[in-house]
Design a protein around this ligand. Structure first.
Ligand code: NDP
Length: 319
C-alpha cells in the first residue's frame, strides 16, 4: 500500500500549519501528519499574549485549532498519525507511518518541533499542562507572575536568560543550580549576578513542588550539606534544555550535536534536496510561535520553488 504525495508536512505546530496554509494555497495538495501531540508545544501552554493579531490574547489550544482550520480551509489533509521511519536516499522521499503505510513524497517539510525537558517530579508535567504554576517558557508565561516569587531550575544559557528575564517582572527569583558552577556563558552569568532580586542556590535541587491547586512553594535540597528547606514560590520554571524531535531523521539529515537540523543559512533547505526544515526542529535560539510560523512559510515557498525548478528541468530533458 503506497501513496504518492506532492508535499508532505510532518508536525502540527505553528511551523507545520503555516507551511500547510502556504502549500495548499500554492496547489501543492499538502498532507500533514500531526505527530503524537497535535498542535505541538503550544497546546501545553495556557494564554498566548505575544502572537501578533490577537490583541486580547488567546489560549494555546484555541490558537492551534485556528491554525488547523485555516490550513484545512485551503485543502490541507490533516492526518492524526506518526511518521516513524524515513528513507531519503533517492529523488523520491520515502516515509512510513506507524501503521506501516509507505508514502512517497516529492517534497518533505519537517516541522516536528522540540520538547522541553522536565525534571520528572510528581505532578510537574501535569501542572504545566493545566497552567497551574509550572512552565518551561518564561517569555510565554512570565507575565502572569508579576510581583510574585518564582523558582527557576538550570545552569545553562536558557536558565540564565529566563531567570534574568523573570527578574525584571517578578518580586524575587530563586535560581537552583545543581552544581557549584553554571554552564552558562560568562556574559549571561554576569547578568544573573547583577540582578538584585535574583538569588542563586548552588548545589541545590528541587525535590517537591508544593501546593494543591497552584504552586505554593518548592522543597529544595542542598546536595553538599544535605540541608532541606522550603522556598515560598508561586511559579516553577524548568529551564534544563530542550530536545528537538528529530531522532527519526538521524543518519539522513545534517544536525548539530543536540540534534537540531542544519539548514542552509537564509533558507529552510537541508542537505537533502526536496527536504526542508522549519520551526523548533531547526532553531534552538528563538523558539517562538511567530518565528516558527515564519520559517514554516519559508519552507512552503522553498518547496514550491524546488518543484517548479524540477518541472522546468524535466520539461527540458523531455525536449
Ligand atoms: P544546556 O544543556 O546548555 O544546559 C542545561 C542546564 O540544565 C545545565 O546547567 C544542566 O546542569 C542543567 N540540568 C540538566 N538536567 C538537570 C536536572 N535534572 N536537574 C537540574 N539541572 C539540570 O541547555 P540550555 O537550554 O541552557 O542551552 C542549550 C543551547 O542553547 C546551548 O548551546 C546554549 O548556549 C544555547 N542557548 C543560547 C542562548 C543565547 O545565546 N541567548 C539562550 C539559550 C540557549 P549541568 O551543567 O550540571 O549539566
Amino acid at each position: 500500500m503506497k501513496e504518492h504525495i506532492k508535499c508532505l508536512i510532518i508536525g502540527s505546530g505553528p511551523a507545520g500549519y503555516t507551511a500547510a496554509i502556504y502549500a495548499a494555497r500554492a496547489n501543492m495538495n499538502p498532507v500533514l501528519y500531526t505527530g503524537e501531540q497535535p498542535g505541538g508545544q503550544l497546546t501545553t501552554t495556557t494564554e498566548v499574549e505575544n502572537y501578533p493579531g490577537y490583541p486580547e490574547g488567546i489560549t494555546g489550544p484555541d490558537m492551534m485549532e485556528d491554525f488547523r482550520k485555516q490550513a484545512e480551509r485551503f485543502g490541507t489533509e490533516v492526518r492524526y498519525e506518526l511518521i516513524n521511519k524515513v528513507d531519503f536516499s533517492g529523488p523520491i522521499h520515502k516515509v512510513w507511518t506507524d501503521a506501516g503505510k509507505e508514502i512517497h513524497a516529492d517534497t518533505v517539510i519537517i516541522s516536528t518541533g522540540a520538547s522541553a525537558k522536565w525534571l520528572g517530579l510528581p505532578r510537574e508535567a501535569q501542572m504545566a499542562r493545566e497552567g497551574k504554576g509550572v512552565s518551561a517558557c518564561a517569555v510565554c508565561d512570565g507575565f502572569f507572575y508579576r510581583g510574585k516569587e518564582v523558582v527557576v531550575i538550570g545552569g545553562g544559557d536558557t536558565a540564565a536568560e529566563e531567570a534574568t528575564y523573570l527578574s525584571k517582572l517578578v518580586k524575587k527569583v530563586h535560581l537552583l543550580v545543581r552544581r557549584d558552577e553554571m554552564r552558562a556563558s560568562k556574559i549571561m552569568q554576569e547578568r544573573v549576578f547583577r540582578a538584585s532580586n535574583l538569588e542563586v542556590h548552588w548545589n541545590t535541587e528541587a525535590t517537591e513542588i508544593l501546593g494543591e491547586e497552584f504552586v505554593e512553594g518548592v522543597r529544595i535540597k542542598n546536595s553538599e550539606t544535605g540541608e532541606e528547606k522550603t522556598l515560598p514560590a508561586q511559579g516553577f520554571f524548568v529551564a534544563i534544555g530542550h530536545k528537538p524531535n528529530t531522532d527519526v531523521f538521524k543518519g539522513w539529515l545534517d544536525m548539530d550535536e543536540a540534534g537540531y537540523i542544519k539548514t542552509i543559512p537564509g533558507t529552510t533547505r537541508t542537505n537533502i534536496e526536496g527536504v526542508f526544515a522549519s520551526g523548533d526542529a531547526q532553531d534552538n535560539v528563538y523558539r517562538q510561535a511567530v518565528t516558527a510560523a515564519g520559517t514554516g512559510c519559508m519552507a512552503a515557498l522553498d518547496a514550491e520553488r524546488y518543484l517548479a525548478a524540477k518541472e522546468v528541468e524535466e520539461m527540458a530533458d523531455a525536449n
